[in-house]
Design a protein around this ligand. Structure first.
Ligand SMILES: *Cc1c(COP(=O)(O)O)cnc(C)c1O
Length: 463
């Protein structure tokens, strides 16, 4: 058997990695001089690296390992499914049990009449599907001129051509070649952009940009609006309470399809099964991936409401699909993941235990001299680093320099916490216990203190 073992010394593995492995979202030359950290094992909320360090994973991998690492049940289900039926497609009037069972389970868990699932291999692919779905929907409805999709600046919907275009990440767009018919409004980021406005008034103002944009473009040209209930990769931007109800009102008023990208917020992250429930959103389509399989297998999908699914069906064949749509091994693993989430009451644990406990400690970070605000919904949180709390000031120079320094301190202290610009973010596995939260928070506090001391030594903060 060809087992992948960790028999090579770290430096040798790093050299091979630098020579042959092109990393996503990475400055290759920068990484090559430093060497990537090599992760070798995972158990619960803990990772081990090739030097034997025990790292607490405050990011659940990339927001995906909701049930934690190392659950044997998922490995066993995968092995059994591979032996029974390793692969078959769902294209030409065939199907298989894992895809059927998973679609039915998702329909049961999803709110309202979101009863139909189109499977993809990832969140990006699912959002590409959504572009095709909503444009096809309006074609079948006899309104083919409704093509434009409105997203938000700093939104993240993946990094395929479609996903990158729907998202509003300036560095992605700067690489060029985005697809047409997608426009962006501002994000509901009160701490960064709200100025003197009251938070609720600011939330309304940002939502009303959607109405202004629809009127500018012509309502008969707009197909859909897409947003993450909470912007994740954009820095865990939790919107003001007024924001989503106003977005919903506007979508309803102009008959525009509402897509909730639940790739992060789905499957328990916000203390409900879906972020749409936490924020009172009624989407026509939900994008899912990540927590659907807790990252144990690559799988994503679009959950589609009755009316949209019926309209697509009315149009005859929908010329779209992926070889791995509903892949049997991925589907079987996702189903086992959902069984664990449900039977072990993981979503209740987030709402009743982990969130309230983490919230006390997270909110207390707002007293740290470097921290301007601390926000948390369910188990996704962020803090803003600032040289001046009262003014909600940004650090001079390039955004993200201080965030990067803070992240480096976290990494050195065996805590994985990410930075987005000068915001620090966490999204630990949903099964994290209060004791583990204490360890995470103690390491976060130490890292912030060290970062602050370093900034003081360099004259970047004065206090
Ligand atoms: C991660 C993410 C995606 C993209 O998913 P991939 O599986 O990386 O393609 C899409 N939307 C949101 C909100 C995400 O966080």
């Amino acid at each position: 058997m060809n087992m992948i073992t960790n028999h090579l010394p770290t430096a040798e593995l790093q050299a091979l990695d630098a020579a042959h492995h092109m990393h996503p979202f990475t400055d290759a030359n920068g990484l090559a001089t430093k060497g990537a950290r090599i992760i070798t094992r995972g158990k619960g909320v803990w990772l081990t690296d090739s030097e034997g360090n025990q790292i607490i994973d405050g990011m659940a991998g990339l927001w995906c390992v909701n049930i934690g690492y190392g659950r044997k049940e998922l490995a066993e289900v995968a092995a059994r499914q591979m032996e029974e039926l390793a692969y078959y497609n769902t294209f030409f009037q065939t199907t298989h049990v894992p895809a059927i069972a998973l679609a039915a389970k998702i329909a049961e868990l999803a709110p309202g009449d979101l009863n139909h699932v189109f499977f993809a291999g990832s969140g990006s692919e699912a959002n590409d599907t959504n572009i095709r779905l909503v444009r096809r929907y309006w074609d079948v409805k006899g309104q083919p001129e409704r093509r434009i999709i409105i997203g938000r600046k700093n939104g993240y919907h993946g990094s395929t051509m479609g996903g990158g275009s729907l998202g509003g990440m300036a560095p992605i767009h700067a690489h060029g070649g985005m697809i047409d018919g997608i426009v962006h409004i501002d994000q509901p980021y009160w701490w960064g952009d709200g100025g003197d406005m009251d938070e609720d008034a600011f939330g309304l103002e940002r939502a009303q940009q959607l109405e202004a944009k629809i009127l500018e473009l012509g309502a008969d040209k707009v197909a859909a609006f897409i947003g993450e209930p909470v912007q994740g990769a954009g820095g865990v931007i939790i919107p003001p309470a007024t924001y989503w109800p106003e977005i919903q009102r506007i979508c309803d008023k102009y008959g525009i399809l509402l897509i909730a990208d639940e790739v992060i917020t789905g499957f328990g992250r916000t203390g409900n099964w879906f972020g749409s429930e936490t924020f009172g959103i009624k989407p026509h389509i939900m994008t899912i991936a990540k927590g659907l399989s807790s990252g144990y297998q690559p799988i994503g999908g679009s959950i589609v409401c009755d009316e949209v699914a019926a309209t697509i069906a009315e149009g005859g064949e929908f010329f779209h699909g992926y070889t791995y749509s509903g892949h049997p091994v991925a589907a079987a693993v996702a189903l086992e993941n959902l069984r664990i989430l449900q039977e072990e009451h993981v979503v209740d644990h987030v709402r009743d235990v982990a969130h309230p406990y983490l919230k006390q400690r997270w909110d207390a970070l707002a007293d740290h001299p470097l921290v301007g605000e601390a926000k948390l919904v369910g188990l996704m949180g962020s803090i803003a680093l600032t040289p001046d709390k009262a003014k909600r000031a940004k650090f001079p120079g390039e955004q993200g320099t201080v965030g990067f320094r803070c992240r480096e301190r976290c990494f050195a202290n065996n805590l994985i916490m990410r930075h987005v610009g000068d915001r620090m973010i966490i999204a630990p596995p949903l099964v994290i216990t209060p004791d583990e939260i204490d360890i995470l928070m103690d390491r976060a506090k130490t890292s912030l203190d060290e970062c602050y001391a370093g900034l003081k030594a360099d004259g970047l903060v004065t206090a």
